[in-house]
Design a protein. Structure first.
Length: 448
C-alpha cells in the first residue's frame, strides 16, 4: 500500500487513482458477490466485461482471459450468478470495478456445501483411500463405457479408442447423465457393466455447471463405483471440474478423451515397441548363433580321429602297466627288507634257556641263605620279647605273694587317697580272689 500524501500536497490524477486502488485492494479481500449479469461483452482478446447489478445498484466487472478459459460455460445477460472477485479501481478511467476470479450460478453455494459434506462423509468411511484403488489392466481386451448415447463426450471417447486401439472390443451401457433419477440410472448401468466380463469401465460426461454434473455427486454413484468388480475410470467434465465420482473412481481423468487414452494403449506405440523388441531379439539371436559357431570352430580344432585317440589310449595303458610293475617290485622289495629286519629283531629278543637256568639256581641258593638268616634273627627277637613279657606278667608278680586290688570304679587301685571308708574292693591273688571293705584310709604324708 502506498504511503499517504503529506498535508497540503497537490496530487496528480494518476497518483490519486493509484492511492484509491491501493486502499480498495488492501481493504477488501476476495469476496463472493451475487447479482444479475448485464452489459455482457466477450472481447476479441478473450477478456469478459459485464456489469453485476441488483434492484438498487450495479458495479462494473472484468474477468481476464486466463480465468474465463476455465469457466466451462458461457455467460449470458440476465443470468443470476455469484462472482468471487477482488475489489479494485481502473486507474486510466477512474472507474470502480471488480476483478472476477471465479463464477458460479446463483444457488450453487448450497450445492457446494452438500458436495463437501458428502465428500467428508465418504472419505471418513475410507471410500476414497488409496489402498482400495485398483490398477488398470496393462493390455485390456474389452472396455465398457457408461454414458449417454447423445453425449458429445461419448463420440470423443469412441473416436479416441478407434484411433489408438481399434482392436479393443467396446460395450456401451447407455444411461441418462443429467436430470431427475439420473444418479440411480448411472449406478444401475455401472452395476451391469461390472458383471459384463469387461476389463475396465469408462464413466464419462462432458463439462457443465455444478447442477449439470450433480448426478455424479450422488452417494449411490460413488458406492456403485466402489462396488464394481473391475476398475472404473472417471472422465467427467473438464479438467477443473471435480465430482464425488472422481474421488471414488480408481482413476480420475481430466477429460473424457483423456480417460479413453488412459485405458487404451496406443497401438502405434505398441507396434513400434514390438518392432524394437523384434529387432533386439534378432540381434541377440544372431549374436548367440555367431558365438555358437565360433565355439564349434574351436572345438573342431580339438577334434581327434578315433584311431589316433585309440592309439594314444593304448600308449597310456602300456605306460601305466610299466608304472604298475615298477610300483609292485618296489613294494615287494620294501616288504622283504621289513621281514628281514623283523626276523633279526625276533632272534635278538629270543630268551637263552641255559643261561636262565643257571641264573635261576643261583637265585634259589641266595634266597635260601637269606631266608635262613632272617628266620634265625627273628627267633632271637622273639625269645627276647617272650622274656620281657614274662617279667611284666602280673600273674608272675602274684606268685611272689603280691595281690591286685580293684576299686569300686573297676580300676586297679594305685593310691590309697583314691579310696573312701566303706568302699568295696576286689582283691585278686595268685590263686583265687576275695572281697574287702575299706574301714580306714591311711594316706602317706605329703612331700614338702
Amino acid at each position: 500500500m502506498s504511503p499517504p500524501p503529506p498535508p497540503n500536497a497537490v496530487l496528480s490524477v494518476s497518483s490519486l487513482n493509484r492511492l484509491v486502488r491501493d486502499c480498495l485492494e488492501s481493504a477488501f479481500p476476495l469476496t463472493w458477490i451475487g447479482g444479475e449479469i448485464s452489459n455482457l461483452t466477450y472481447a476479441t482478446s478473450g477478456h469478459v466485461y459485464f456489469s453485476l447489478k441488483d434492484s438498487s445498484a450495479q458495479v462494473r466487472c472484468v474477468m481476464w482471459r486466463s480465468r474465463a478459459q476455465l469457466l466451462g460455460w458461457r455467460l449470458e445477460n440476465g443470468q443470476k450468478i455469484e462472482a468471487r472477485a477482488l475489489v479494485s479501481f481502473y486507474e486510466p478511467r477512474g472507474e470502480f470495478q471488480l476483478n472476477v476470479e471465479a463464477i458460479r450460478r446463483a444457488g450453487q453455494g448450497d450445492l457446494f456445501e452438500r458436495f463437501l459434506r458428502l465428500k467428508a462423509q465418504l472419505e471418513a468411511e475410507g471410500l476414497f483411500a488409496a489402498e482400495v484403488k485398483r490398477p488398470l489392466p496393462e493390455f485390456p481386451r474389452h472396455v465398457a463405457i457408461v454414458s449417454s448415447l447423445q453425449a458429445a463426450a461419448l463420440r470423443d471417447v469412441l473416436t479416441t479408442l478407434h484411433r489408438r486401439a481399434p482392436h479393443l472390443r467396446l460395450s456401451i451401457f447407455p444411461t441418462a447423465v443429467q436430470g431427475d433419477g439420473a444418479a440411480n440410472r448411472i449406478a444401475e448401468a455401472l452395476g451391469q457393466a461390472s458383471v459384463s466380463g469387461c476389463d475396465a469401465i469408462i464413466l464419462c460426461r462432458g463439462g457443465g455447471s455444478i447442477e449439470d454434473l450433480w448426478s455424479f455427486n450422488e452417494e449411490c454413484v460413488a458406492r456403485a463405483i466402489r462396488a464394481s468388480a473391475i476398475p472404473v475410470i472417471a472422465g467427467v467434465g473438464h479438467e477443473t471440474d471435480f465430482t464425488i465420482a472422481d474421488f471414488a473412481a480408481d482413476l480420475r481423468a481430466p477429460t473424457p478423451t483423456a480417460a479413453a487414452e488412459l485405458v487404451s494403449p496406443d497401438r502405434d506405440s505398441l507396434v513400434d515397441r514390438l518392432d524394437r523388441l523384434h529387432e533386439q531379439l534378432q540381434r541377440r539371436s544372431e549374436r548367440a548363433l555367431a558365438d555358437r559357431l565360433q565355439r564349434l570352430d574351436w572345438l573342431g580344432t580339438r577334434l581327434i580321429h578315433p584311431a589316433e585317440r585309440l592309439r594314444q589310449r593304448q600308449q597310456e595303458v602300456t605306460a601305466l602297466g610299466l608304472q604298475l610293475q615298477r610300483a609292485l617290485r618296489a613294494k615287494r622289495d620294501r616288504a622283504q627288507l621289513l621281514a628281514n629286519a623283523l626276523q633279526q629283531r625276533q632272534m635278538a629278543a629270543r630268551p637263552r634257556l641255559d643261561r636262565l637256568a643257571s641264573r635261576l639256581e643261583h637265585a634259589a641258593y641266595r634266597l635260601g641263605k637269606e631266608t635262613a638268616g632272617q628266620i634265625s634273627a627273628c627267633n632271637g627277637k622273639l625269645n627276647a620279647l617272650v622274656g620281657g613279657l614274662k617279667q611284666l606278667d602280673p600273674h608272675a608278680v602274684l606268685q611272689r605273694g603280691y595281690a591286685l586290688v580293684i576299686g569300686p570304679d573297676g580300676r586297679a587301685v594305685r593310691d590309697a587317697a583314691a579310696l573312701h571308708p566303706g568302699d568295696d574292693l576286689a582283691v585278686s591273688f595268685h590263686r583265687g580272689s576275695a572281697t574287702a571293705t575299706v574301714r580306714q584310709v591311711v594316706a602317706p604324708p605329703e612331700a614338702d
